[in-house]
Design a protein around this ligand. Structure first.
Ligand SMILES: O=C(O)[C@H](O)[C@@H](O)[C@H](O)[C@H](O)COP(=O)(O)O
Length: 248
Protein backbone atom coordinates (compact mmCIF):
# COMPACT_ATOMS: atom_id res chain seq x y z
CA UNK A 1 0.00 0.00 0.00
CA UNK A 2 1.36 3.46 -0.82
CA UNK A 3 1.91 5.67 2.22
CA UNK A 4 1.25 9.43 2.44
CA UNK A 5 4.20 11.73 1.96
CA UNK A 6 5.80 13.19 5.06
CA UNK A 7 7.74 16.36 4.27
CA UNK A 8 10.71 17.28 6.46
CA UNK A 9 12.12 20.70 5.64
CA UNK A 10 15.60 21.90 6.58
CA UNK A 11 17.32 25.22 5.93
CA UNK A 12 19.73 24.17 3.21
CA UNK A 13 21.41 21.23 1.47
CA UNK A 14 24.00 20.63 4.20
CA UNK A 15 21.23 20.38 6.80
CA UNK A 16 19.29 17.94 4.61
CA UNK A 17 22.39 15.80 4.17
CA UNK A 18 23.12 15.84 7.90
CA UNK A 19 19.52 14.85 8.67
CA UNK A 20 19.65 12.09 6.09
CA UNK A 21 22.83 10.65 7.58
CA UNK A 22 21.38 10.77 11.10
CA UNK A 23 18.07 9.23 10.04
CA UNK A 24 19.82 6.44 8.16
CA UNK A 25 22.10 5.65 11.09
CA UNK A 26 19.15 5.51 13.51
CA UNK A 27 17.03 3.39 11.17
CA UNK A 28 19.78 0.86 10.45
CA UNK A 29 20.65 0.57 14.13
CA UNK A 30 16.98 -0.12 14.82
CA UNK A 31 16.74 -2.83 12.12
CA UNK A 32 19.87 -4.51 13.49
CA UNK A 33 18.54 -4.29 17.05
CA UNK A 34 15.53 -6.26 15.82
CA UNK A 35 17.88 -8.96 14.53
CA UNK A 36 17.61 -8.35 10.79
CA UNK A 37 20.25 -7.50 8.21
CA UNK A 38 19.31 -4.06 6.83
CA UNK A 39 18.81 -3.75 3.09
CA UNK A 40 19.61 -0.26 1.85
CA UNK A 41 19.28 1.09 -1.66
CA UNK A 42 21.65 3.99 -2.30
CA UNK A 43 21.30 6.75 -4.87
CA UNK A 44 23.54 9.16 -6.67
CA UNK A 45 22.92 12.89 -6.56
CA UNK A 46 24.11 15.90 -4.65
CA UNK A 47 22.40 15.44 -1.29
CA UNK A 48 23.20 11.75 -1.02
CA UNK A 49 26.83 12.45 -1.86
CA UNK A 50 27.01 15.01 0.93
CA UNK A 51 25.30 12.56 3.31
CA UNK A 52 27.84 9.84 2.48
CA UNK A 53 30.65 12.25 3.36
CA UNK A 54 28.90 12.96 6.63
CA UNK A 55 28.47 9.24 7.40
CA UNK A 56 32.15 8.65 6.71
CA UNK A 57 33.10 11.55 8.96
CA UNK A 58 30.87 10.31 11.80
CA UNK A 59 32.01 6.67 11.54
CA UNK A 60 29.93 3.54 12.24
CA UNK A 61 28.36 4.67 15.54
CA UNK A 62 25.68 2.20 16.63
CA UNK A 63 25.54 0.48 13.22
CA UNK A 64 27.54 -2.57 12.22
CA UNK A 65 28.03 -1.44 8.62
CA UNK A 66 29.87 -4.66 7.81
CA UNK A 67 26.45 -6.33 8.12
CA UNK A 68 24.37 -3.95 6.02
CA UNK A 69 23.49 -5.01 2.48
CA UNK A 70 24.06 -2.07 0.16
CA UNK A 71 22.32 -1.89 -3.20
CA UNK A 72 22.00 0.81 -5.84
CA UNK A 73 18.85 2.12 -7.47
CA UNK A 74 20.63 3.03 -10.66
CA UNK A 75 24.03 3.14 -12.23
CA UNK A 76 25.70 4.78 -15.17
CA UNK A 77 26.97 2.10 -17.60
CA UNK A 78 30.57 3.33 -17.80
CA UNK A 79 33.85 1.61 -16.89
CA UNK A 80 34.86 0.68 -13.34
CA UNK A 81 36.41 3.59 -11.51
CA UNK A 82 34.88 6.20 -13.82
CA UNK A 83 33.98 9.30 -11.80
CA UNK A 84 30.55 9.18 -13.50
CA UNK A 85 29.68 5.96 -11.66
CA UNK A 86 27.30 6.26 -8.73
CA UNK A 87 28.78 3.42 -6.71
CA UNK A 88 32.52 3.82 -7.10
CA UNK A 89 32.98 7.32 -5.62
CA UNK A 90 30.49 6.43 -2.87
CA UNK A 91 32.40 3.31 -1.92
CA UNK A 92 35.69 5.21 -2.02
CA UNK A 93 34.24 7.48 0.67
CA UNK A 94 32.41 4.88 2.78
CA UNK A 95 34.37 1.63 2.58
CA UNK A 96 37.17 2.40 5.03
CA UNK A 97 35.48 4.67 7.57
CA UNK A 98 32.37 2.46 7.88
CA UNK A 99 34.36 -0.78 7.65
CA UNK A 100 32.15 -2.19 4.90
CA UNK A 101 32.37 -5.87 3.96
CA UNK A 102 32.41 -6.23 0.17
CA UNK A 103 30.37 -9.44 0.48
CA UNK A 104 27.44 -7.18 1.42
CA UNK A 105 28.07 -4.57 -1.28
CA UNK A 106 25.98 -5.12 -4.41
CA UNK A 107 27.30 -2.90 -7.16
CA UNK A 108 25.62 -2.82 -10.56
CA UNK A 109 27.98 -4.10 -13.29
CA UNK A 110 30.25 -1.59 -14.98
CA UNK A 111 30.60 -1.47 -18.77
CA UNK A 112 33.99 -3.22 -18.62
CA UNK A 113 32.63 -6.23 -16.68
CA UNK A 114 32.30 -8.34 -19.84
CA UNK A 115 28.51 -7.99 -20.07
CA UNK A 116 26.51 -5.91 -22.50
CA UNK A 117 23.88 -3.55 -21.10
CA UNK A 118 21.03 -6.07 -21.25
CA UNK A 119 23.13 -8.81 -19.65
CA UNK A 120 24.31 -6.41 -16.94
CA UNK A 121 20.73 -5.48 -16.03
CA UNK A 122 19.72 -9.16 -16.03
CA UNK A 123 22.68 -10.05 -13.80
CA UNK A 124 21.68 -7.43 -11.25
CA UNK A 125 18.04 -8.55 -11.37
CA UNK A 126 19.16 -12.04 -10.50
CA UNK A 127 21.40 -10.80 -7.65
CA UNK A 128 18.58 -8.63 -6.30
CA UNK A 129 15.97 -11.38 -6.44
CA UNK A 130 13.01 -10.44 -4.29
CA UNK A 131 15.00 -8.29 -1.86
CA UNK A 132 12.88 -5.70 -0.07
CA UNK A 133 14.75 -2.52 0.84
CA UNK A 134 14.34 -1.26 4.39
CA UNK A 135 15.29 2.15 3.03
CA UNK A 136 15.35 3.23 -0.60
CA UNK A 137 17.08 6.58 -1.08
CA UNK A 138 16.05 8.61 -4.10
CA UNK A 139 17.61 11.76 -5.46
CA UNK A 140 15.35 13.51 -7.94
CA UNK A 141 16.11 15.50 -11.07
CA UNK A 142 14.39 18.77 -12.01
CA UNK A 143 12.29 16.72 -14.46
CA UNK A 144 11.01 14.54 -11.60
CA UNK A 145 13.10 11.49 -12.50
CA UNK A 146 14.16 9.07 -9.80
CA UNK A 147 16.82 6.35 -10.15
CA UNK A 148 17.15 6.27 -13.97
CA UNK A 149 13.38 6.34 -14.54
CA UNK A 150 12.87 9.41 -16.72
CA UNK A 151 9.46 10.94 -17.48
CA UNK A 152 8.00 9.75 -20.76
CA UNK A 153 11.01 7.54 -21.53
CA UNK A 154 10.11 4.46 -23.61
CA UNK A 155 12.28 2.16 -21.46
CA UNK A 156 9.86 2.71 -18.55
CA UNK A 157 7.67 0.13 -20.25
CA UNK A 158 10.36 -2.56 -19.97
CA UNK A 159 9.05 -5.29 -17.66
CA UNK A 160 11.08 -6.69 -14.79
CA UNK A 161 12.90 -5.52 -11.69
CA UNK A 162 16.11 -4.12 -13.17
CA UNK A 163 16.13 -2.60 -16.63
CA UNK A 164 18.63 -1.36 -19.18
CA UNK A 165 18.10 2.32 -20.05
CA UNK A 166 19.28 3.76 -23.36
CA UNK A 167 19.23 7.35 -24.60
CA UNK A 168 18.94 8.75 -21.09
CA UNK A 169 18.15 12.47 -21.25
CA UNK A 170 20.69 12.96 -18.46
CA UNK A 171 24.18 11.82 -19.50
CA UNK A 172 25.64 9.30 -19.74
CA UNK A 173 23.11 7.77 -22.14
CA UNK A 174 23.39 4.13 -21.04
CA UNK A 175 22.26 3.23 -17.55
CA UNK A 176 20.85 0.42 -15.42
CA UNK A 177 17.90 1.11 -13.13
CA UNK A 178 15.63 -0.69 -10.73
CA UNK A 179 11.99 -0.37 -11.72
CA UNK A 180 9.18 1.38 -9.89
CA UNK A 181 7.95 -2.03 -8.72
CA UNK A 182 11.19 -2.54 -6.80
CA UNK A 183 11.12 0.98 -5.34
CA UNK A 184 7.50 0.55 -4.29
CA UNK A 185 8.05 -2.69 -2.42
CA UNK A 186 10.56 -0.86 -0.17
CA UNK A 187 9.52 -0.38 3.42
CA UNK A 188 10.66 3.24 3.45
CA UNK A 189 11.28 5.53 0.49
CA UNK A 190 13.24 8.68 1.29
CA UNK A 191 13.57 11.41 -1.30
CA UNK A 192 16.52 13.73 -0.72
CA UNK A 193 16.24 16.93 -2.69
CA UNK A 194 17.42 20.52 -2.46
CA UNK A 195 17.39 23.69 -4.50
CA UNK A 196 14.94 26.06 -6.16
CA UNK A 197 15.47 24.35 -9.53
CA UNK A 198 13.73 21.27 -8.08
CA UNK A 199 10.76 23.15 -6.53
CA UNK A 200 8.31 22.47 -9.34
CA UNK A 201 9.28 18.80 -9.50
CA UNK A 202 8.97 18.47 -5.71
CA UNK A 203 5.45 19.88 -5.87
CA UNK A 204 4.55 17.56 -8.74
CA UNK A 205 6.18 14.63 -6.99
CA UNK A 206 4.37 15.21 -3.70
CA UNK A 207 1.01 16.21 -5.13
CA UNK A 208 1.00 14.07 -8.28
CA UNK A 209 -0.12 17.07 -10.29
CA UNK A 210 0.47 17.79 -13.98
CA UNK A 211 -0.85 16.16 -17.10
CA UNK A 212 1.34 13.10 -16.60
CA UNK A 213 2.59 12.22 -13.09
CA UNK A 214 6.38 12.51 -12.87
CA UNK A 215 8.19 9.30 -11.80
CA UNK A 216 8.73 10.72 -8.30
CA UNK A 217 4.95 10.92 -7.87
CA UNK A 218 4.71 7.17 -8.45
CA UNK A 219 7.31 6.21 -5.82
CA UNK A 220 6.19 5.32 -2.33
CA UNK A 221 7.23 3.09 0.56
CA UNK A 222 4.96 0.49 2.14
CA UNK A 223 5.63 1.86 5.64
CA UNK A 224 6.80 5.44 5.03
CA UNK A 225 7.43 7.93 2.26
CA UNK A 226 9.59 10.81 3.41
CA UNK A 227 10.74 13.91 1.56
CA UNK A 228 13.92 15.31 3.09
CA UNK A 229 14.15 18.72 1.47
CA UNK A 230 15.37 22.26 1.97
CA UNK A 231 13.30 25.43 2.03
CA UNK A 232 14.14 26.32 -1.58
CA UNK A 233 12.88 22.96 -2.80
CA UNK A 234 9.45 23.38 -1.19
CA UNK A 235 8.85 26.88 -2.54
CA UNK A 236 5.94 25.59 -4.66
CA UNK A 237 4.46 23.65 -1.73
CA UNK A 238 4.26 26.39 0.86
CA UNK A 239 0.56 25.96 1.61
CA UNK A 240 0.91 22.28 2.25
CA UNK A 241 4.06 22.61 4.31
CA UNK A 242 2.46 25.23 6.57
CA UNK A 243 -0.93 23.63 6.89
CA UNK A 244 -0.20 19.94 6.82
CA UNK A 245 1.34 17.30 9.03
CA UNK A 246 4.82 18.16 7.80
CA UNK A 247 7.61 18.77 10.29
CA UNK A 248 9.39 22.06 9.56
O1 LIG B 1 22.57 8.59 -11.81
C1 LIG B 1 22.00 9.61 -11.52
O2 LIG B 1 22.05 10.62 -12.22
C2 LIG B 1 21.24 9.66 -10.24
O3 LIG B 1 21.03 8.47 -9.64
C3 LIG B 1 19.99 10.49 -10.37
O4 LIG B 1 18.79 9.80 -10.21
C4 LIG B 1 20.14 11.58 -9.33
O5 LIG B 1 19.93 11.08 -8.06
C5 LIG B 1 19.20 12.72 -9.58
O6 LIG B 1 19.34 13.16 -10.89
C6 LIG B 1 19.47 13.88 -8.64
O7 LIG B 1 20.78 14.32 -8.84
P1 LIG B 1 21.26 15.70 -8.25
O8 LIG B 1 20.96 15.68 -6.80
O9 LIG B 1 22.73 15.72 -8.53
O10 LIG B 1 20.51 16.75 -8.97
Amino acid sequence: MPTPAEIVVHDGPDDVAEALAARLTATLADVQARGRTPQVCLTGGGIATKAYARLAQDGPGDVDWSRVDLWWGDERFVPTGDAERNADPTLAVLRGPLRLDDAFVHVMPASDAGLDLDEAAAAYASELGDTVFDVCLLGMGPDGHVASLFPGHPDLATPGTVIPVRNSPKPPPERISVTMDVINRSRQVWFCVSGAEKAEAVARGVLGTGAEPVPAALASGTEATVWLVDTAAVADLTDRVESDEAEV
